[in-house]
Design a protein around this ligand. Sequence first.
Ligand SMILES: C[S@@+](CC[C@H](N)C(=O)[O-])C[C@H]1O[C@@H](n2cnc3c(N)ncnc32)[C@H](O)[C@@H]1O
Length: 680
Amino acid sequence: MAKKKPLSRRLQKQGVPEPLNESLVTRKRKAAPDSDEFDKRRKVDKQSFAAKSNGKKPVNGSAPNGKAKGILKKAKAQPIASKPKPKSKKVPVPKEDEWEDADSDGDLSGDGIDDPDIMEDELDGVQVSGLDALGSASEDELLDDELAESGSNFDSDEEVKQQGMWSEDEDDDEALDKLTAANIEGLSKRLDKQIAEDEEAGDAELQETNMQTNILGDPEKIIDDDEPAPQHLAPDLRLLRERINETIRVLESFSQLGEKGRSRSEYTQQLIKDICSYYGYSEFLAEKLYSLFPPREAFSFFEANETPRPIVLRTNTLRTHRRELAQSLINRGVNLEPVGKWSKVGLQIFETTVPLGATPEYLAGQYILQAASSFLPVMALAPQENERVLDMAAAPGGKTTHIAALMRNTGVIFANDASKTRSKGLIGNIHRLGVKNTIVCNYDATEFPRVMGGFDRVLIDAPCSGTGVISKDPSVKTNKTEKDFMKMPFTQKKLLLAAIDSVDHASKTGGYIVYSTCSVTVEENEMVVEYALTKRPNVKLVSTGLVFGKEGFTRHMGKIFHPSMKETRRYYPHAYNMDGFFVAKFKKIGPTKAGPIVNGDKAKMENGTTVEEEVVDRTPIADDEKSDDEFGGWDDSEDEKLILLAKKKAARRKGKDPRLVDFNASKAKARMKSKTQAEE
Ligand SMILES: C[S@@+](CC[C@H](N)C(=O)[O-])C[C@H]1O[C@@H](n2cnc3c(N)ncnc32)[C@H](O)[C@@H]1O
């Protein structure tokens, strides 16, 4: 029987997943095309592989013509038992719980259409637009910018079947039936694909079981360091993949399967090398990412980075309701479904015949194309109506406009970004989506709170290396160096401290800071958070309130982090079919103490470099240093004091450290003294 193609990740649901199904990996191996096809798919450069393989032959025992020997060959020669019958499934009519209660019915008033530049971008046949935030920008997007030059599972079928497609506040009218009918065609197509996938998975699982049985009974040589690899030949990717699988299996049962005389780390090194060759990563980054997971999960992570994430849009509740929007788009031939019950505003797009970045609904600001992961920091921030909120790194505004919608256009948002170029997109989105409570500013956010402070909540969606969005930007695989993982955390730490210092700990409704990145590295996440906890004892980590996500690390590669780090959340493409992401939420519990003078306190970084802390001394200067002389009179030394005091106040108003005034004054005094002496 001809095999149906399994459902691509883009068509799979986002959010809380079924547990990772390793048969997906096995299925791919089984269906692995010829090495030529692999070559085309991932554009692995033949010569670079030859160089990378470093004088070793690419696959154990494989002759240059790609024939496998030993364990691999045996594994392949195993008979495949008859296929298990997949259980038939009903058409799932998914629905969602009430979770986020602030944004289900928005104020529909708003500005007219005001979108400067729409462009189309073919993404697997789904056309999207230019201004939208299809995820968070990585550092590289800043290159044109001056500043950059100087930086559980609840989605099971059971639950789904019991519920309708839309959230409770939406499913009590006839529209639901119509909508469900309109979507039924799309849903049954998906069902067919799902059944095909189940068949395939069952088949692959069985084959894998057979292979495992063989391996467990017959450990053999995987690493071969005798024969050098032929430099001029392209890797046999199918065999390479098989060796990756075999090495993982050995690492999983090392005492039984490990070759005598070979250490675990030899296997690990071999595996990392193979991952580099297979997926095209630099060894440096592959090692860093590999260290985050057990071997098999690492493989799933690397694999997931090879496929695009689903297209998702966020309903702009300032302009419409999700169901109305869904109806309009369905009428235009868009096959969609709620993104998952964790969000009341997200719609996942399966197919579309129209460019999503140019529909009348898009132009009217009814939605923004936004990666599902980008919803998370704003949901964690949970801004309230009438608050004062700072979005420190806001462009192009996916999160700012989400915050505005949650606040129903009340209160005030300061949307800041250091990049003027990117800020144009931010302004465009603010206008298009009818946001009216936002002031855009263009500072280096490390200058806060000297620009402004006293916020109820601050979001710092920090610039990062982008290791969570490799499927969107594969250049990350090779263009990140050790230096990047020093520079980035340096900026991120400064930004996070600035965010903390900008929040009013005494806020009646808030006092929260959310730190997020679209990166999965520990350097940019837990280590930044740990640094902030150390430097600012006036904050503590609190629950993000997000209903899914993996706990942040409390230890990693010998480093131990604060136990509350488990309150932070990590998101991975292989686990949730969404971009890699990190979210931490802090509560400020006291004022930031006036710290040491600028340049005085330098925080030690991992690599021995230092981060300067720019703590603004906000201790009030007493106004009661008055002259004894009720009638004034002239008292030079007293006048000097008063002048100094006034200068300090002026300096503080300008955000400068007042102690610099003392410093300058004593320098001036010394200059005068030496001048006088010279004259004498
Ligand atoms: C991850 S993106 C922000 C995405 C945005 N929050 C959204 O949802 O659309 C990071 C942003 O940080 C900005 N940035 C980088 N360094 C900055 C700094 N020192 N101060 C303020 N913004 C900065 C970049 O220009 C970039 O737009």
